[in-house]
Design a binder for this molecule. Structure first.
Ligand code: UN1
Length: 506
């Protein structure tokens, strides 16, 4: 395709880094062109979006039900073309969206650039998958005298509830998947990031998604609750905390009416295992990236680092050395590695955790921050992995030492957490790597590299157990879960034979 717009560098978090003195988060040279365009965008007023009332939320579902009738009959190729057009528009307006991500999402330049890239990838990937999956009904083999067809179609009105940490990519990922599958959508973005969601919805409308088919409903959890409890919705897709996923699950189970699917992608206590054969410089880079990039505000981020005791002191020293070089500050300053956390409430929660750790654990590193909603990178050493019982959504790394002959206990404690989202392994011993992969029900496993930044279509993303329901976003099985299947069997021996019906097609 022809994209003459601002370049979006792809390799922002490639697998290999040799820089042991700090971390090179992005190809900064390739970003310089963007910076002046973005600075101009930042002068534009931010605006605001009002929180929806219960009546407005319910009205959005009713309107989407109307929109569903036409959209579900719109050929898949036309639905896909709208998503592709949205991808083109996103690329053309990358600077605008990057500026919005920095300003409203408080994300750094590198994070904002990669997020726009990811959003574009979601649109194109689901369009391509959708053309295949929904393009033609599938003829199935059967006895002579009858024809059997399997077709996938939209379920109805999907509710999409998305988080603030990827306010563009995850928002659009959910919405475009649901649309591609033939659903109408009512989207409820995180209360912290409604402007980005609003801009994304406008872009989809401009790209050809009918206004009646896609609705934005802004507000806090209460509004999400109204949507989930609506009797006429056909499914919910959610990314956020495990706790909220449980609340949604309970609400869906408690109401009368159709039984509808919940597609949930939630949290994790993600571990990395580093043995004595690992390459120290690589480990230092990958740990710092995995634990501290995005201020640790990724569900994929590293929380619990298991270090083989023979190398632990040296590794901790190198990791702390690399962490010391991170620049913490204004997300709109291109030199910044780590911006603020999302809001004061997040800071309070993290500060409370850090205070507790200062009592209960050994402090290896505590960074400095400017005034504001900043949380410095911290490295604590625990005597037991069991001390960490919940996801800590920030730049706090917990280290546990293990003895080589107790490797099994490491795997057991990862299993015991009940989560299964991401796992990192740094080892050059194949048996060690294989054992961890075989034993652990973890969605995304990264060997000898960092463990964040899954690429759409390359590393389908999502977890097991407390980490979510699957199927994986950006993977080949995602779209089908948004659809319902219909099997049509026709007696071809009967008069007329209904030949036209049996030819398939859109
Ligand atoms: C999330 O943080 O909610 O691989 C999920 C990654 C991202 C994680 C997104 N795709 O780092």
């Amino acid at each position: 395709a022809n994209h003459p717009h601002i370049p979006l560098p792809r390799d922002l978090y490639g697998p290999k880094r040799r820089n042991s003195r700090g971390i090179e988060f992005g190809e900064r040279a390739a970003l310089t062109k963007l910076v002046s365009a973005i600075a101009a965008e930042q002068l534009a007023p931010a605006g605001s979006i009002a929180e929806a009332s219960d009546a407005e939320a319910n009205a959005a579902v009713a309107a989407a039900l109307d929109g569903f009738r036409d959209w579900s009959r719109t050929p898949a190729s036309i639905r896909a073309a709208a998503l592709e057009k949205a991808a083109d528009l996103l690329e053309a307006r990358a600077a605008h969206f990057i500026a919005l991500l920095q300003r409203e999402g408080r994300k750094t330049l590198d994070d904002s650039v990669s997020e726009v890239r990811e959003a574009v990838d979601f649109c194109r990937y689901y369009a391509a998958q959708g053309r295949e999956l929904f393009g033609e009904d599938r003829a199935l083999p059967g006895p002579t005298g009858e024809s059997n067809m399997l077709c996938l179609r939209g379920r109805g009105v999907f509710v999409a509830i998305s988080p603030w940490n990827f306010p563009l990519a995850i928002f659009l990922g959910q919405v475009t998947a649901a649309l591609m599958a033939g659903n109408a959508v009512v989207a409820k973005p995180a209360e912290q990031t409604p402007l980005i969601a609003d801009a994304a919805v406008r872009l989809l409308h401009e790209a050809g998604v009918p206004v009646s088919t896609l609705h934005l409903v802004a507000g806090a959890g209460r509004v999400g609750g109204v949507l989930v409890m609506h009797p006429d919705i056909a499914g919910v897709v959610f990314t956020g905390s495990t706790e909220v996923a449980r609340t949604i699950n309970r609400a869906l189970a408690a109401k009368d009416g159709p039984i509808v699917p919940l597609i949930a992608e939630t949290g994790g206590i993600n571990a990395m295992i580093v043995d004595a054969t690992a390459l120290p410089e690589q480990v230092a880079d990958d740990v710092v990236t995995s634990a501290f990039r995005s201020a640790g505000q990724r569900c994929s981020a590293l929380r619990l680092l298991f270090l083989q005791d023979d190398v632990a002191d040296r590794m901790i020293e190198m990791i702390a050395g690399a962490a010391r070089e991170l620049v913490i500050g204004d997300p709109c300053d291109p030199a910044t590695h780590i911006g603020p956390v999302i809001d004061a409430e997040a800071k309070q929660r993290l500060d409370a955790h850090i205070e507790r750790m200062e009592q209960e654990a050994r402090v290896h590193f505590a960074g400095q921050t400017p005034q504001g909603n900043y949380v410095a990178p911290h490295i604590f050493e625990l005597s037991d992995a069991g001390q960490l019982t919940e996801e800590v959504f920030g730049p706090v790394l917990h280290v546990v030492r293990y003895r080589a002959d107790r490797f099994d206990q490491v795997l057991q404690s990862i299993e015991r957490s009940g989560y299964g989202l991401t796992l990192g392994i740094h080892s050059r011993i194949d048996d060690t790597v294989e054992e961890a992969i075989e034993r652990l029900q973890v969605g995304n496993i990264y060997v000898n590299r960092n463990m964040i930044g899954a690429i759409v279509g390359v590393q389908p993303f999502g977890g097991h157990g407390l980490s979510g329901t699957g199927p994986k976003a950006g993977g080949p099985h995602y779209l089908a879960r948004f659809a319902t299947e219909q099997t049509v069997t026709i007696n071809t021996a009967a008069a007329g034979g209904n030949a036209a019906l049996m030819s398939g097609g859109e």
